[in-house]
Write a protein that binds this ligand. Structure first.
Ligand code: ADP
Ligand code: ASP
Ligand code: MG
Length: 420
């Protein structure tokens, strides 16, 4: 008998019929003698709908007073889901009880809309499990020390599930979703993408941080920190498939590198269209200038990603970096209004229509020429690289958004992933 956490995403919870299917699957695991905690997301589209309502009544400026209310609104999607799933389980003859994040409680910091989980008190959940109940806990939401409701950022139910699994020392966290595992790249963009039977924790962390939305990055961080066995698998198989078969399906995140030794140099390709590029031109090239530009940006709580500073000519240089697309206008305003006057830079130009494409693989550590093969592939497709950033196990390029799919497909082929 094991303690298992199941997580079901929005599409898996997308209708009452699907919720009944989730209940059948969960009941199968519970009847096999396992203790099961289920963490569902809001029904698909619901979080967008709720945030859309908020946008209708409120201006875009996200002050803490505004984001507090956004969380109050957005968290309700998951509350509906847990109630419905608990009812469906009861209708299936199971004892089941649902909880909101604050009832557990799942404690977070107070950064509304992107809160971080700090601790989870599992006493209440354990008591229910001991009494033979299936426990259904809202994904995505928590509560801060002043009892304000918080949410964990888009896609945050993954993190709720892995964090609950970590806190309860669960034997496994099963992330049920609308694809049957982690693929070499998004199978909706490259139909030739192949499912990976295993993916190393480090690769999964890079893929998630570089834009593969199959797992929220913080869920992968939790899995690594607490060594939670995480498996990504399909919620669309018939709910009555044998438990043995289901428990071996999908993609397992591994913590040992050895298993990957024989595998490809590049394991996956990630992409992200959520970034925008900004260039501050004619910056006086003197010590401290990077700080003078990026200091105010950081103070405004804007995350900066790829950064490039060019060689200077006649004492001036150009300084480029990327930010989340949602922060683009705010960053340009900030640079225009405060950084340009303070530094004497000449101009700010920007391009919100860029994307970042990355190749990821722990095999890159021990192979040379991987990045150059990436650059050659892109040049053969006539794609101009605007920025490059590398680390030990990834190379990312910033290119024009309109070439994104072409680049991902060409790289997928060039690194032998079509045939993997
Ligand atoms: P859920 O609602 O279950 O949380 P998400 O939409 O958040 O599901 O994540 C699953 C989606 O992630 C898939 O439908 C797929 O389009 C996308 N995806 C992106 N990259 C990958 C990848 N490398 N492997 C599998 N799916 C990926
Ligand atoms: N419902 C939330 C969202 O749409 C959380 C999640 O689905 O993981 O982002
Ligand atoms: Mg998701």
């Amino acid at each position: 008998m094991a303690l298992i956490v199941h997580k079901y995403g929005g599409t898996s919870m997308g209708s009452t019929e699907r919720i009944r299917n989730v209940a059948l699957r969960v009941a199968k695991w519970a009847r096999a003698g396992h203790k099961v905690v289920v963490v569902p997301s809001a029904m698909s589209g619901e979080t967008n709908r709720l945030l859309g309502l908020a946008k209708d009544v409120s201006p875009a400026v996200q002050t803490p007073a505004v984001t507090r209310e956004l969380d109050m609104i957005a968290c309700t999607g998951e509350q509906v889901s847990v109630g419905l799933l608990a009812l469906a389980l009861q209708a299936e003859g199971m004892e089941a009880v649902s909880y909101s994040g604050w009832q557990v409680p799942i404690r977070t910091d107070s950064s509304y809309t992107k809160a971080r989980i700090q601790s989870i008190d599992d006493a209440r959940v354990r008591a229910d499990l001991a009494a033979g109940r299936v426990v259904v806990i809202t994904g995505f939401q928590g509560v801060d020390e002043d009892m304000n409701i918080t949410t964990l950022g888009r896609g945050g139910s993954d993190t709720s599930a892995v964090a609950v699994a970590a806190a309860m020392k669960a034997d496994e966290c099963l992330i049920y979703t609308d694809v049957d595992g982690v693929y070499t790249t998004d199978p909706r963009v490259v139909p030739e993408a192949k499912r990976l039977k295993t993916v190393s924790f480090e690769e999964m962390l890079e893929m998630a941080s570089l834009g593969s939305k199959v797992l929220q990055i913080r869920s992968v961080e939790f899995a690594g920190k607490y060594k939670v066995p995480v498996r990504v698998l399909s919620s669309f198989t018939p709910p009555d498939i044998p438990l043995e078969e289901e428990s071996r399906s999908g993609t397992l995140i591994t913590f040992e590198e050895d298993e990957k030794m024989e595998q490809a140099v590049v394991s996956g390709i990630a992409f992200n269209r959520d970034e925008a590029k900004i260039t501050v031109m004619g910056v006086p090239d003197r010590p401290g200038i990077a700080f003078q530009i990026l200091g105010p940006v950081a103070e405004a709580n804007i995350d900066v990603d790829v950064i490039i500073q060019n060689v200077s000519h006649d004492g001036r240089t150009d300084f480029s970096f990327t930010v989340n697309r949602g922060d683009y206008a705010r960053t340009v305003d900030l640079l225009m209004n405060s950084v340009i006057p303070a530094t004497g830079a000449q101009q700010v130009i920007g391009d919100p229509k860029i994307c970042k494409v990355s190749i990821v693989g722990i095999g890159m550590r021990s192979h040379v020429g991987v990045a150059s093969r990436m650059f050659r592939t892109l040049s053969e497709e006539g794609i101009n690289i605007q920025m490059i950033s590398t680390s030990e196990i990834k190379t990312s390029v910033v290119i024009d958004e309109k070439y994104m799919e072409l680049a991902v497909r060409a790289l997928h082929k060039a690194f032998g992933l079509d045939a993997a």
